[in-house]
Write a protein that binds this ligand. Structure first.
Ligand SMILES: NC(=O)c1ccc[n+]([C@@H]2O[C@H](COP(=O)([O-])OP(=O)(O)OC[C@H]3O[C@@H](n4cnc5c(N)ncnc54)[C@H](OP(=O)(O)O)[C@@H]3O)[C@@H](O)[C@H]2O)c1
Length: 307
């Protein structure tokens, strides 16, 4: 198959494109950067095409012409100390209008892609305590929840011409990037512990499972609409801290008080660290997807095992 991945050079897109290329697909990564400086890949299977998310649609349509599957991972990182109004605009504008452009490009392509797999996030559900959330749960009302809803609606505009999958991703665990790198730091310095009350739920997924889940949605016609990309067993922040400490052979003893996190990170502290969601992958499980890492302890052990 021919697969185009917008934002495919990032933390999730890089391993995904490599796995898809190794499966024998031809992958085109859409990037705003110099397309010639692409990372090494299986010869001939991954190429890059420069794009402007707010550029002319006909140029995008010709890149997408003859592509079978479009995967949209593009978006400004939400991790920034203190969200300014400008950063919040970039978080939204790099997702919602970008997705609209991709959908318009898909519709204008002479030979249209049949599948759109669009990133979304468990932030869709907002802050929900210990309520168990499957894909039928209502959306939240905070900033990230609102962005996710607009983002998903923009993707669903392709539903009249393509199968649309909305990947509501949780906290993706890998050793070489993402939030885990920051979470590990205090533990390595012997000052790790739960954040705030520690009661907030964390819906996590090992990156190997995330890549495999996206790959599975490509070959599973019944996979449509929202799919939670989270392990079947979310944990509280206190449990996560305990398991992380165990994997790193460090203690989990020093709680980071909520007021200190708010002082350091502002709104981001509440949005990402002090609140949470208890999300379960009901759709993927019902459709037969098997997680390699359903439980946190083996997932962290695999990431931090001594070589
Ligand atoms: N990682 C997680 O734990 C997680 C959790 C939930 C949801 N997600 C979502 O999954 C998607 C991929 O995540 P990731 O961790 O791989 O992110 P990432 O490493 O930051 O990669 C995202 C890509 O988006 C492109 N991008 C950045 N700013 C942009 C902008 N202003 N306009 C258009 N494109 C822009 C970049 O590609 P170029 O510079 O090459 O153009 C970048 O490589 C994101 O939308 C993210 O919100 C991730």
């Amino acid at each position: 198959m021919r697969i185009a991945i917008a934002g495919g050079r990032g933390f999730l897109g890089t391993p995904l494109s490599q796995v898809l290329a190794a499966d024998g697909h031809t992958v085109t990564v859409l990037t705003r950067r110099d397309a010639s400086a692409a990372p090494a890949s299986p010869p001939g299977r991954i190429s890059s095409a420069r794009w402007q998310p707010d550029g002319p649609i006909d140029a995008l349509a010709s890149v997408l012409d003859g592509v079978d599957v479009v995967i949209n991972l593009a978006g400004e990182s939400i991790a920034a100390r203190h969200w300014s109004a400008a950063h919040k605009s970039r978080i939204r504008d790099s997702r919602v209008p970008t997705t609209r452009s991709l959908v318009a490009g898909m519709k204008m392509a002479a030979s249209r892609p049949a599948v759109l797999i669009n990133a979304s996030a468990v932030g869709y559900y907002g802050w929900r305590g210990d309520e168990i959330l499957d894909e039928t749960a209502r959306a939240g009302t905070d900033f990230l929840a609102t962005v996710c809803q607009e983002w998903e609606q923009a993707a669903m505009d392709a539903a009249d011409v393509a199968r649309v999958v909305l990947i509501r991703t949780g906290l993706v665990l890998a050793r070489d990037g993402g939030a885990l790198v920051e979470m590990v730091r205090p533990f390595r310095m012997w000052v790790g512990g739960p954040l705030g009350s520690g009661h907030q739920y964390m819906s996590w997924i090992h990156r190997v499972d995330w890549v495999d889940l996206v790959r599975w949605t490509i070959r599973t016609p019944a996979a449509t609409g929202p799919i939670n990309a989270t392990a079947p067993n979310p944990v509280t922040n206190a449990e996560f801290s305990g398991e992380l400490a165990h994997a790193l052979r460090r203690p989990s003893w020093l709680p980071a008080p909520a007021f200190a996190l708010r002082l350091a990170l502002g709104e981001l502290a509440d949005a990402l660290l002090l609140s949470g969601q208890r999300v379960v992958p009901a759709r993927a499980t019902a459709l037969g997807f098997r997680f390699a890492y359903p439980d946190l302890e083996p997932a962290l052990a695999a990431l931090f095992q001594r070589h």
